[in-house]
Design a protein around this ligand. Sequence first.
Ligand code: BG6
Length: 503
Amino acid sequence: MSGPAHVQETNQEASEAASQAAHQSGNGVPVPDDHVVVLFGATGDLARRKLLPGLFHLAKAGLMPARYRIVGSAPSQAALSDDEFRKRAREAVAEFGRSKPEGEDWQRFEDALTFGAEDPDDPGPLLAAVRDAEEAIGGSPRRLFHLAVPPKAFPSVIEMLGATGLAENGRVIVEKPFGTDLASAEALNATIHSVFAESRVFRIDHFLGKESVDNILALRFANGFLEPVWNRDHISHVQIDVPEKLSIEGRAQFFEGTGTFRDMIVTHLFQLLGFVAMEPPTSLNAKCLRDEKTKVFETMRPLDPEHVVRGQYEGYRDEPGVDPHSDTETFVALRVELDNWRWAGVPFYLRSGKSLAEGRHVVTLGFREPALRMFPCTAHDSGEPRNNELVIDFNDPGRVAIRFLVKEPGPAMRLDEAEMVFNYADSFNAMYALEGYERLILDAMLGDQSLFTRADGIERLWAASAPLLEHPRPVEPYAPGSWGPESINRLIAPYHWSLPDHR
Ligand code: BG6
């Protein structure tokens, strides 16, 4: 491979990576080593909405290290004093946090916040802030760098971390989107690997931190009744459906250059597909889990543009900052096929888009019908496939439902649809649940890469996406508030896009 030389894994890193405890194992909740967390993009939207409130929640839940400091960073033109950063953090937590920024917990958290500006040619203030934070903690705290900055800034920050020596023994969280195609993802991986060994790289996909995504693993591999039917013999098709009600919400600059395929499909939905379709890993440690997920991606057929619907909501081209002739898609529905023994011939249908009728996160497995239709059915007598599904709804806090047919009471033998539901909200104390970002930042501090994406997996996804990226079909318009362009129904026929409470 050309490009910068790769940093070799040290013995210590290799043995740390190999001995990472599975994040589900044991009953005790692990607490990370002492840490200095450096938050690049500390004045940005992601830090305000998710990262600062999430870090405070971890602190309040007793999941932050015994001693820690959070150093906010931004280019010098957006630099803040420590007090200004604390004030911003307080406002962010008040607006987006689950608990109010008050009391002793808040005071302790606020005291741990400092700021250090960073420019590629002048990292001095950041270096000083990290040094002060480390001295305040004492000993040899770990360093965790969270790159909550636009992708174009990733290389310069990574190079600065390498050049200044800050990267030593540090781990790095890299935000999405990770590249825009195979070549850019390879180049970014090469830049990262010139400074950080893969065992210290945490490519974040917040969907993988959602409780119910982890629950796909629990459902499949902890229960004897599901895994035997989780294959082509019993499942006719799979849907991974993430419609969103919100529009681009003023993010024209980001969205115009990205579009739904890169923003949602490559990033979030393909990762979910990896968990749904993987073979049972030999253990739940990061290596085994990610090996299995990557094998799924290796079996993914190159995407056929004929099996992809690209949509754009009416009015998108009038949004401020959007090109009036824009061909950027705000909606994608596509069919994915996996060439492996478990799934050969089973289509996976993925859908996501902005300005749709509802916001949902749903994985649906459609079961094959029994060989004979012996019973008349009230709901479907048209010869269409009958409702026989397992539905995993991973909207936080999430639910799992089985939709099946039962006999209608009465003298006649007629069937109707029924549903058995498990609701997280009614069953467990949601207080202990972590949001996606919270869970993943905690895992990164613990050095557990299980729920983070790996270089080879991401590159493989971009390789499979190449035909679509090279020959996209034109976008089709759809009405805001609808479920997308009409043609998505042809894409999925003879099945239907099905959501738990819609037919
Ligand atoms: C982000 C995308 O990664 O995920 C957004 O950039 C999208 O466009 C968001 O709205 C969806 O996340 P969630 O957790 O709100 O479903």
